[in-house]
Design a protein around this ligand. Structure first.
Ligand code: SAM
Length: 162
């Protein structure tokens, strides 16, 4: 069987000219330093799937948990469960955008990889952002403070504790 048709040989691709910017409002982030056409494969990252108990008892209590992705598994009894996976490489550095994601990601549970693709044309200088889904463990830096939240803060700022 030739290498190209062998499922155990996983071709890797990474888009050229990506840079890490270390001081964004979201911490480090990955940016494009040249235009990237829609549908370009941005990256293919290998993953480490954590055991359900390993995740619950250990990883959930560490900062690593903020870097893991939900990962569906089937246990030895055929039950479908969700655990977490650690994504190696840039996959752990893409930040979240709720309204303006420009990169989509797809799990390959059999080959233990995640593939990232440009959802639209991306311009040089743009940050590459994915969706983390509903599991945000931080305040979204993109979220705009609503008027009532701002009023509440203004009121709080006026309260003086003796
Ligand atoms: C997978 S890491 C991404 C890389 C991270 N920025 C870093 O410097 O290591 C996830 C963490 O990035 C930050 N982050 C990602 N998206 C964000 C957003 N929309 N707003 C604020 N912080 C964000 C949060 O601290 C989150 O826990």
């Amino acid at each position: 069987m030739g290498i190209a048709s062998d499922r155990s040989h996983i071709p890797l691709q990474r888009c050229a000219d990506l840079v890490i910017v270390s001081d964004t409002p979201k911490g480090r982030g990955v940016f494009a330093s040249r235009n990237i056409p829609a549908k370009t494969v941005i990256d293919v990252c290998p993953v480490l799937v954590l055991g359900v108990e390993e995740n619950e008892n250990h990883i959930k209590h560490t900062s690593l948990y903020h870097y893991t992705y939900n990962w569906p598994i089937v246990d030895e009894n055929g039950n479908h469960k969700v655990t977490q996976a650690v994504i190696f490489g840039l996959g752990s550095i893409y930040n979240h955008s709720t309204l303006d994601q420009n990169v989509g990601w797809e799990r390959d549970a059999e080959r233990l990889i995640v593939t990232y693709r440009a959802l639209r044309d991306i311009s040089a200088g743009e940050e590459l952002c994915i969706s983390y889904g509903g599991r945000l463990t931080f305040k979204d830096a993109d979220s705009v403070e609503t008027a009532s939240e701002k009023d509440g803060l203004d009121q709080l700022n006026k309260i003086h504790l003796d």
